[in-house]
Design a binder for this molecule. Structure first.
Ligand code: ATP
Ligand code: MG
Length: 432
């Protein structure tokens, strides 16, 4: 549902309700993700939706869009502030550290699925509560893991039948080579200072890498003229990237190198990647990730290599729906929203009997419903049709007296089945 009615109290700006028919795709996506994540050895971690503000400031970086203007931060009773999580990598790392997981089993693989909060300017496809699903492999510097995480993401998309996505990768170096590249980039971008957007003019001084991530058209053009990150990385980073590229080829995973790709969060090192989809227009990223070898030490832990991604679920869904539309397969399977049996009561006197039968049938695992709005039998039949109930039972005084249940198959119109409760259960289950 796109728009609520202004007559009533509305959900806050950028917040969206998900109704049962939309939820079908959510469940499909979540199930696909869970299965692929588990296949690759990632297990679910659930962290709180808010954290100490300092966690995000330290990890994401003070001069990022998220920390500068997108966080929902509130005063806490203890005098500190808390922030609704804008992303979930930092919280997972916080949990890893807080419980000193590195002491018992250093290498861990986690996944999460859940809501994130960013105070974004309202625009198409951007919400203030949105959802991400992601994985994190913590405790290793192995470049093969970079590729593993990307492969897991593409497996999820393949499972959902998504066509036309593109995997883009780059290396952004490490603390050894980044300062040199930063200086070069600054110098090169200063030549274009007048043409950059207002924000980027300031970014040259404050956090020059952010210029490469600007969505402004002119800034995007300018970034094509500056040096590649890869050309300025140290031999360590270059070797790492070489192994990454080799592994892509080994497992036939198609990718393109985007030599100016950076991410909107400061904690990335070495490999960064995005999966984009043309259905999304200018902001075409549906999944983003990379390596963040300094994040755990930035928040006070021992040096620990880590890599992972976060997929935007709303964005991924738009892409999946577009594919299905293009393939003329846009009708979702809504059968799970329909009951197996709808019980029609002939009169007020038979309702209690209907209610008893409804509970017996539900006990056997069938989904069963009846009327709770004082409808006439005819109107109840209409409801059964409208909600696509697979079967109906019409319950009148005759049936109660004889102890038989008459079952109608709504697909075939067949009304021949009758019998006791067990027989009815058998027939309905046999017809699933
Ligand atoms: P972007 O540049 O797309 O804003 P980002 O760098 O700010 O992304 P990430 O955490 O890397 O943030 O985002 C991963 C993905 O999560 C995005 O590509 C997008 O699909 C989704 N996402 C991020 N912010 C929002 C939002 N406000 N509403 C909906 N989806 C979002
Ligand atoms: Mg953003």
């Amino acid at each position: 549902m796109d728009k609520g009615n202004d007559k009533y109290v509305k959900a806050p700006l950028g917040m969206k309700d998900i109704f049962p028919d939309e939820r079908l795709l959510w469940t499909e996506m979540e199930n696909a993700a869970r299965e692929e994540f588990e296949i690759a050895g990632y297990h679910e971690i659930r962290t709180p939706v808010f954290e100490d503000t300092r966690l995000f400031v330290r990890s994401i970086g003070e001069t990022t869009d998220i920390v500068e203007k997108e966080m929902y931060t509130f005063g806490d009773t203890a005098g500190s502030t808390i922030t609704l999580r804008p992303e979930n990598t930092a919280p997972v790392m916080r949990a890893y550290l807080e419980y000193e997981l590195f002491k018992t089993k250093k290498f861990r693989k986690f996944y999460y699925i859940g809501p994130m909060f960013r105070k974004e300017r309202p625009q198409a496809g951007r919400l203030r509560q949105f959802h991400q699903m992601g994985i994190e492999a913590i405790g290793s510097y192995d470049p093969l893991l970079d590729v593993e995480t990307i492969k897991v993401a593409t497996r999820v998309y393949d499972r959902l039948g998504l066509d036309g996505y593109v995997v883009k990768v780059n290396t952004i170096g490490c603390e050894k080579c980044r300062p040199g590249y930063r200086a070069i980039l600054k110098e090169e971008l200063l030549q274009y200072k007048d043409e950059l957007c207002e924000l980027c003019k300031a970014r040259i001084e404050r956090n020059v890498f952010r210029v490469l991530d600007c969505k402004n058209k002119k800034c995007k053009e300018i970034r094509q003229n500056v040096s590649n990150t890869e050309d300025h990385t140290c031999s360590d980073c270059r070797d790492h990237f070489k192994t990454v590229k080799g592994a892509f080829d080994d497992i036939n995973l198609e990718y393109t190198i985007d030599p100016h790709l950076v991410r909107g969060l400061d904690y990335y090192t070495k490999t960064v990647y995005e999966i984009t989809h043309p259905a999304m227009g200018a902001r075409d990223t549906i999944c983003a990730g990379g390596r963040y070898d300094n994040l755990i030490s930035d928040i006070g832990g021992p040096p620990t290599g880590a890599v992972g991604f976060a997929a935007g679920m709303e964005a991924s869904m738009i892409a999946v729906l577009k594919t299905r539309e293009n393939n003329k397969n846009s009708q979702p399977d809504t059968s799970s929203l329909s009951p197996d049996v709808y019980i029609v009561s002939i009169s007020a006197e038979t309702r209690n009997h209907c209610f008893k039968l409804l509970n017996e049938l539900r006990l056997s695992g069938l989904s069963v419903d009846m009327d709770y709005e004082s409808r006439t039998p005819k109107a109840q039949m209409k409801v059964a049709n409208k909600i696509n109930s697979r079967f109906t039972i019409i319950m009148g005084p005759d049936e109660i007296e004889k102890g038989v249940i008459k079952l109608k198959n709504m697909q075939t119109g067949d009304e021949t089945f009758s019998g006791d409760t067990d027989k009815i259960i058998q027939i309905v289950k046999g017809n699933k």
